[in-house]
Design a protein around this ligand. Sequence first.
Ligand SMILES: [Zn+2]
Length: 334
Amino acid sequence: MPTSSNVIHLASNNVWPFALREGGYILVDAGLDGDLGGIEAWDALVEQARGIGFAPSDVRAVVVTHEHIDHAGLAARWAAEGAHIVAARAAWPALVAGYAGYWAQRNARLEELRRHGCPEDAVEAMAEAGTRLDLRWESCPAHALEDAAERSTFALADGRTLRLIATSGHTPGHLVAFVDETGELCSGDALLPTTIPTPGLQFPGVIAGAGLSGSGDAPRWPSLPPFLASVEAIAALRPTRILPGHGDAVEAPARLIEQFVTHHARRARQVRDALASGEALCAHEIARALFPRLTGARIAQAMIEVIGHLDCLEADRLVRCESAGGVLRYALDS
Ligand SMILES: [Zn+2]
């Protein structure tokens, strides 16, 4: 019997509330902060919460599935309301850095695309597409944060238990929330109903302040290898229903997981095939070979997935990477 039909919609994002046994509520995701076309996100959230039957002061804890602006933007506001902000340790630097970290990471991402051979017009298109100036991300005070690894279970009303499970990949600090008794899974952005979530290009060191200038000198965190392992771990939970970070609940999770796995198996093959001639190629050349018609931000997005699969090949020691003329090139290691 599904138990979480309650959902709060903020633009395309979902916030999932659960009643706690001790009284009050726990939310999965903080929600985004900004002006939603005439209404502030916070006001929209409070209005919908009232419709469900709770007020902000009833919220004891807010779980942040991951350190992205549209899931964590309101964390500081919830902290100010007295809620504990529960997040994976790896997400903390981004939650504390707020918009400054978001911006630094965005700049590092653009620089990384250039290092992988992305032409300037596509970098610029990506910069424009990724600029969400309409969203805010206030810094969350560190004292409000609780480590999801230490406080990982919450007793829900009716005897159910909400369990937080680390699922790094979409970000280093990604987690999912699982209801053991019903098999419901709040998937954050690990699994989404209408798209295969991006592994992104991630620079935890840049966010942590090692290079807030966004110079891209902090190493990139290879995200796809752990992402694939995390989805495998989610599959092993055999969820019965997925409550995603965006879009409608998914009643057939096995099929969704299968789509994710098939998608990446195919992409892994395509990337290997593109390298089969033995010539050293950059991620842009590989993405062009796979998707000859894509341009602008879409080819840059395709590159991000290709880079993820190059990370997988590198982790398995199947490719070697060298820098030639400032561009990273990959060749199969024979
Ligand atoms: Zn995300």
